[in-house]
Every structure is written in C-alpha cells, then in structure tokens.
Design a protein around this ligand. Structure first.
Ligand code: GAR
Length: 199
C-alpha cells in the first residue's frame, strides 16, 4: 500500500508539485492525499485542484489564538489520516502539541544549511555573512523552530554577483530533488506505513 502524504503550503507550492510528480511517476511509492494551506490565495492550491488532489484552507487570519489555528489544522489532518505530514513552504510556526502528535512523521524543508540561519530571510543572511556555500535542508519537525533532526542537505555555491533572488532560485532548483530523496529515505526506513501517526 502506498504511503499517504499530506502537504502543508503557504505559496506557489513548487516543492509539493515536485513531490506529487514523483508519486505519479513511481519514484515515490506514495500519494499526495491532501494539500492544506493557511492562505486561501496560495498558488499551489489551484495547482492541486487541477490535479484533483483534495485541498483544505485553514486561514490563519480567522484565528486570534495560535492554539485554535493549530487545533483546526490538526482536525483536518486527523480526518485525512496521512502517514506523513510534509511542510513545503508552510510559513506558519506550529505549536508543540500538534508537532508532537506527528513526531517522526512531520518533515520540513528549509532554505539554508541548518543549523545556520533558522527562520526567515536565509538567502540574504548567507550573502551578508559572505558565505561561499548555501543550500537547503530537509529535517524532522520538532517544537523548536528549524531545529529537528536533519535527514538530508544540498549545498550550492554562492556566486560573486548573487542577490537574494538569484541565490534563492539556485537553492530552490535543488530543493525539489532533495525533498523527493528525503521522502524516499523515510519510506524506505519506516517499514509498513502507519495508519496513524506515532503518538
Ligand atoms: C522554499 O524555498 C522552501 O524551502 C521555503 O519556502 C519556499 C517554498 O517554495 N520554506 C521556508 O522558508 C520554511 N521556513 P514552494 O512554495 O515553491 O515550495
């Protein structure tokens, strides 16, 4: 039985699309069963609809309290019961209860060589520091932001004329294969997919 993947996005969703492509062409023995966004206007939602993947919107602006937002996201996930929860450009911090509910089954991709540059504006930070190398990381999600166990990383050179925009494009071009590779590793090492996440 192929693994069930729920992806959480906030924007264009190119990482989600790369993962879905890999599911459809057999590189991953998995299926994207949900695309959830905290933003109703996320471009990736439209792409998901065109691929006939179920979508859900939990708009963070509808929740004054973060724990209520988390609860709403959690309820959608419980209904869908994925084997893996894959954060793919999801730009909200999730609370500890939700993260711990999916411990070992929730992944994130972050555009830096963690532990360097957790948080936002990673490309500008790498340029400001004069780094020769930058990259992206796929890691398990833990309650501490961008600090969970690393699954895999990709390195890209920083070029002399780089701006944050050009550097971010070079990193993104490598993120797609990186995320597919990370998921392949997870699927290969997890044995039979669980019907429910690890408590
Ligand atoms: C990607 O670069 C991803 O690494 C980053 O957002 C972008 C989403 O692109 N994620 C974060 O910054 C998370 N902290 P996408 O919507 O095209 O997949």
């Amino acid at each position: 039985m192929s693994a069930r993947i729920a992806t959480l996005i906030s924007g264009r969703g190119s990482n989600f699309l790369a993962i879905d492509d890999a599911c459809r062409d057999g590189r991953l023995d998995a299926e994207v069963v949900l695309v959830l966004s905290n933003r109703p206007d996320a471009g990736g939602l439209q792409a998901a609809r065109e691929r006939r993947i179920p979508v859900a919107v939990v708009d963070h602006d509808d929740y004054a309290v973060r724990s209520d937002f988390d609860r709403a996201v959690g309820e959608v996930l419980e209904r869908v019961a994925p084997d893996w929860v894959v954060l793919a450009g999801f730009m909200r911090v999730l609370g500890a209860d939700l993260v711990e509910r999916w411990a070992g089954r929730m992944l994130n991709i972050h555009p830096s060589l963690l532990p360097r540059y957790p948080g936002l504006d990673t490309h500008a930070k790498a340029l400001a520091a004069g780094d020769q190398e930058h990259g992206a990381t796929v890691h398990f999600v833990t309650p501490e932001l961008d600090a969970g166990p690393i699954i895999t990383q990709v390195r890209v050179p920083v070029l002399p004329d780089d701006t944050a925009a050009t550097l971010s494009q070079r990193v993104l071009a490598c993120e797609h294969a990186l995320y597919v590779d990370a998921l392949a590793q997870c699927l290969a090492t997890s044995g039979a997919p669980l019907a429910n996440p690890v408590d």
